[in-house]
Design a protein around this ligand. Structure first.
Ligand SMILES: [Zn+2]
Ligand SMILES: [Zn+2]
Ligand SMILES: [Zn+2]
Ligand SMILES: [Zn+2]
Ligand SMILES: [Zn+2]
Length: 567
């Protein structure tokens, strides 16, 4: 087809397709064809996004010590949440005239350097210190990308949870621990991909199960151990003897569980109630192509975290809550629409090349604006002046074939190693610098200050009281970084009888993150050989797109075979 083009990515040199469908999108957004492949586009955006690397530093306005995503050595003014959101300053005071003889991206970067930054992004938080990209949380500690939670600690992308620790990508759960992708669960530990489960350990892809240990693909069961039905008494005896209150007990069951899980079918992707979608971790989605962790979304492509009524979002990371028509942007939420190449703009429409603008409309190349209209490089214009000057800049950018391209990597406020890009596209310092990204050298965390030797303390949580732990400093057995266990965290460990974690919160997060599989699809065929299925003895030949790497050796089943065995 003539409108199907292949291009070589200007960064990684791999060839990528621009399909007829892609061209329709680019025409709709009126942007140039991208020069970067979809993965390099995502990498570029994520390099501008620091989610979990926090530092203590003074607010440059009120001088209080605060937690910030900007390290103290950054060359910007960083203000605490209260100072930044106060009405006693106007980011438009930093406005500049557009200079046609200077590259546009350079001018945007100059504005960006001058306007104060907000230390952490969150709204309507009650009694929370360490949290970022969050709304409506109460008494939470170190949670990111989350809303409407209470008493949860060290979590990522959780919604409406209470008292969860080390839980990610989960909704409406209570008192769960070290779990990922769980919905409506209670007292579930070390589990993944479960719905409506309670009082369980090591579950994978289970529905409506309780009092189970080490089970995979179970539906509506109680008292099962490694998928075998036992009596209540047998279950109690096993649980007593397994000593899951100890580190040794947990490690032993975990090893057995991993072995057992490898023998069980895996659905090719976590996809629930989807129509015409490809990707992974999809729920209630329609026409979402190459999308990951996407739910209640429609007509999206190359999107990560497109959620709650996201529509027509292309090349986006975190777009949700009624967002429409957003292109090549990250964290553009709360009824935003018609935004191109924006970073962290909420409740805004018709913004292009803006960052950290809220409740604004028709702004271009601006930063830090609130309730603004018709601003370019933070300078106020009339509607006519705005339209005229914007058209002039866009025309120039189109001539340079950069209209629609995200900000250049050199203008990110963050080093590659502190932005969340490092999780998905890990690079060494040398490679990151060679690709034009920054690197942050400011130290984060301490090493060698531990007061506890793991070999010398009790293996069981039953031996610790709140007072014991408060003053202790631990060293991560994986990365050696020091960490503490906060009193509320210990309280949950004691309630749920979970041994103290021997790896630091960062390593715990990374472990769950890696277990989700990469955001990259490959074609694979169904591995089912169950003779009584429609495909018979010859085995199933259906192909699908999966994100699970070949080397994980999952027993991947197509939807029909998986449902025939499991549902
Ligand atoms: Zn590329
Ligand atoms: Zn302040
Ligand atoms: Zn660690
Ligand atoms: Zn099959
Ligand atoms: Zn089959």
């Amino acid at each position: 087809m003539s409108d199907f083009k292949t291009k070589n990515c200007s960064q990684c040199a791999f060839s990528f397709a621009i399909t007829a469908e892609d061209s329709i999108w680019y025409n709709k957004f009126d942007v140039c064809d991208p020069k970067l492949c979809p993965r390099c586009r995502a990498q570029r955006r994520l390099a501008f996004r620091n989610e979990r690397s926090f530092y203590k530093r003074p607010c440059d306005k009120c001088k209080r010590d605060v937690v910030s995503m900007y390290s103290p050595n950054k060359p910007y003014a960083v203000w605490c949440h209260d100072c930044w959101f106060a009405d006693d300053w106007d980011p438009k005071d930093f406005g500049k005239d557009y200079n046609p003889s200077q590259p546009f991206f350079e001018q945007v970067e100059n504005i960006w350097r001058q306007v104060p930054k907000v230390a952490l992004i969150h709204v309507r938080s009650v009694n929370c210190e360490y949290l970022n990209v969050c709304a409506d949380n109460k008494n939470c500690y170190m949670i990111v990308e989350s809303s409407n939670n209470e008493d949860s600690i060290h979590c990522y992308w959780i919604q409406k949870t209470r008292g969860c620790v080390d839980t990610s990508f989960s909704h409406e759960c209570e008192r769960c621990y070290e779990s990922d992708d769980i919905y409506n669960c209670y007292q579930v530990r070390y589990s993944k991909g479960c719905h409506d489960c309670r009082d369980a350990y090591f579950l994978f892809d289970c529905r409506n199960c309780s009092d189970c240990i080490g089970c995979v693909n179970l539906r509506n069961k109680r008292y099962c151990i490694f998928n075998k039905q036992v009596t209540k008494e047998e279950y109690r005896k096993f649980l007593d003897e397994a000593r899951l209150d100890t580190h040794t007990g947990v490690e032993k069951i975990q090893t057995q569980f991993e072995k057992f899980k490898a023998t069980q079918p895996h659905k090719y992707a976590e996809a629930v109630n989807t129509v015409n979608c490809t990707g992974n971790y999809l729920k209630d989605a329609k026409n979402c192509i190459d999308c990951f962790h996407t739910y209640e979304a429609e007509d999206c492509k190359y999107a990560l975290h497109a959620w709650r009524d996201a529509k027509d979002c292309v090349d986006t990371d975190t777009t949700g809550r009624g967002v429409q028509m957003v292109y090549n942007s990250h964290n553009t939420g709360i009824n935003a629409s018609n935004c191109i190449c924006c970073a962290q703009c909420w409740g805004s429409m018709l913004l292009e090349y803006c960052s950290h603008c809220h409740d604004s409309q028709n702004c271009f190349g601006s930063t830090g604006l609130r309730k603004a209209k018709y601003c370019i490089l933070n300078k106020q214009y009339s509607e006519e002046e705005y339209k005229k000057l914007k058209a002039q800049i866009v025309e120039r950018m189109k001539r340079d074939e950069i209209y629609g391209e995200f900000f250049p990597p050199s203008s990110s406020a963050f080093g590659y190693n502190e932005a969340c890009v490092q999780e998905q596209f890990p690079l060494t310092k040398e490679n990151a610098l060679a690709q034009g990204f920054k690197w942050e050298y400011h130290p984060r965390g301490t090493y060698g200050k531990e007061t506890v030797d793991w070999g010398e303390i009790s293996d069981s949580i039953r031996d610790f009281t709140t007072e014991d732990i408060n003053k202790d400093i631990f060293a991560c057995t994986a990365c050696k970084k020091n960490y503490r266990i906060i009193p509320d965290e210990l309280a949950l460990y004691r309630k749920l009888e979970i041994p103290l974690p021997r790896v630091c919160p960062d390593c715990r997060h990374a472990r769950r993150f890696v277990a989700r599989g990469p955001n990259r699809l490959r074609t694979e065929s169904c591995k089912c050989t169950v003779a009584h299925h429609a495909h018979g003895d010859a085995g199933c030949s259906i192909t699908f797109k999966t994100a699970y790497p070949k080397e994980w050796n999952f027993l991947l089943y197509c939807e029909a075979c998986y449902n025939a065995e499991v549902a």
